[in-house]
Design a protein around this ligand. Structure first.
Ligand code: ADP
Ligand code: MG
Length: 293
C-alpha cells in the first residue's frame, strides 16, 4: 500500500510516478552527491530463474534439486522462490523440511530426508569450512563472470551441487545511470551478492564502484560510512533488507515492488519500473526548489 503521500509538485510528480513524502525530501534531493543502488530488484527485475545446475561426482541432479527445493520452499527470499519453483517443475511434490532456519544474506538450512542440508553463497560455505570440489568451483566462477547469482548445496557437510540463477537487468538501467553521471552524481552498486557477479552487473549498466557481499544488517552502516566521509547519499532500493539503509540515507528512494517496510523508510516512492524515474525525480526536486525560491 502507498502510504499517505504528500504530493509536492503533484501534477508532474504523480504523472512521473514519484510520490514525495515530505518537503524535507525535496530539500535533501538538491544536495545529494552520491547515489547508491541496490542490485536485486532495483537494477534488476528481481525475478530470478534457475538457468544451470552442476552436481558433484556421484550425485544426481534430482537429489540436488530435491534437497535445495525442499529447504527453499520454506524460505521467503526471491532466490528461494526461484529454486523451489524450478524443483517443483522438475520433480513435482517436494519432500518435507524440518529444523529450517534462514541465514540472512547468506542462505538457509534445514533437514530433508534425514540429511542436514545447507544452501547458500560461497561465503557461507567458507564460513562453515566446507570445501567446494573443483568442478563446482569452476562452474561458480564461470557463472559469476556472467553476472549470475550462484547458490551452493551441501548435504551432511559435503558440497553436492551448484545452481546458477539469472535475473534480468532492467532495460532502463544503463540509461538512468548515464543520466545520473551527466548530472555530476557518483554512483555505487550495493549488494549482498558476491563481488564478481556484482562487478559483471555494474559493468553492464555503467556503474564504476561496487560494494559487494554486504550482509543485510551492514547495508545501513555502509551508507553511514559514506556520509561520514562527507557525502550526501541517496539510496535506491526495494526489499525489506534495504529498509534501514533507505532510512539512514539523506534521501531514500523505494522502487514500488518493495515491501511496506521499505516504503515506510523511503522519502520518495518510485511507482514506475523505469529507472529513469530516479534521475527524473532528482531533477524535478532541483527544478521545483529553484521555482519556489
Ligand atoms: P541482495 O543484496 O541481492 O538483496 P541478500 O543479502 O538477500 O541479497 O543475499 C546475499 C546472498 O546470500 C545471495 O546472493 C545468495 O548468494 C545468498 N542467499 C541469501 N538468501 C539465500 C537463500 N534463501 N538461498 C540461497 N542463497 C541465499
Ligand atoms: Mg534488493
Amino acid at each position: 500500500a502507498i502510504p499517505t503521500a504528500l504530493q509536492v509538485a503533484s501534477g508532474t510528480g504523480a504523472k512521473l510516478g514519484v510520490f514525495i513524502k515530505s518537503h524535507q525530501a525535496m530539500e535533501s534531493a538538491r544536495v545529494i552527491d552520491t547515489v547508491v543502488l541496490d542490485k536485486t530488484g532495483t537494477l534488476t527485475q528481481g525475478r530470478m530463474s534457475v538457468v544451470d545446475l552442476v552436481t558433484a561426482d556421484g550425485v544426481t541432479q534430482d537429489d540436488v534439486l530435491r534437497y535445495a527445493g525442499a529447504v527453499e520452499d520454506a524460505s521467503e527470499h526471491v532466490i528461494a522462490a526461484a529454486i523451489a519453483a524450478h524443483a517443483r517443475g522438475e520433480l513435482g511434490d517436494l519432500p518435507a523440511v524440518s529444523e529450517f532456519a534462514a541465514l540472512a544474506g547468506l542462505g538457509a538450512r534445514g533437514t530433508v530426508e534425514d540429511r542436514r542440508i545447507l544452501i547458500g553463497s560461497a561465503r557461507l560455505l567458507a564460513q562453515e569450512d566446507i570445501a567446494v570440489p573443483p568442478a563446482l568451483n569452476q562452474a561458480r566462477s564461470d557463472w559469476e563472470g556472467e553476472g549470475r547469482t550462484v547458490v551452493l548445496v551441501v548435504a551432511d557437510g559435503t558440497a553436492v551441487g551448484a545452481l546458477a540463477l539469472a535475473d534480468v537487468i532492467k532495460p532502463s538501467a544503463a540509461e538512468a545511470v548515464g543520466w545520473l553521471h551527466e548530472m555530476g552524481l557518483r554512483t555505487l552498486l550495493l549488494t549482498g551478492d558476491n563481488a564478481t557477479t556484482a562487478r559483471a552487473v555494474a559493468d553492464q549498466v555503467g556503474i564504476v564502484e561496487v560494494i559487494a557481499e554486504v550482509l543485510p544488517a551492514d547495508k545501513e552502516a555502509t551508507i553511514a560510512r559514506l556520509q561520514s566521509e562527507g557525502h550526501r547519499v541517496a539510496m535506491v532500493g526495494d526489499g525489506i533488507n534495504d529498509a534501514p539503509a533507505l532510512a539512514r540515507a539523506d534521501l531514500g528512494l523505494a522502487v514500488v515492488d518493495g515491501t511496506d517496510v521499505a516504503l515506510a523508510a523511503a522519502d520518495l516512492i518510485l511507482i514506475r519500473d523505469d529507472l529513469n524515474v530516479v534521475p527524473t525525480a532528482l531533477t524535478l526536486a532541483r527544478a521545483t526548489l529553484a521555482t519556489i525560491r
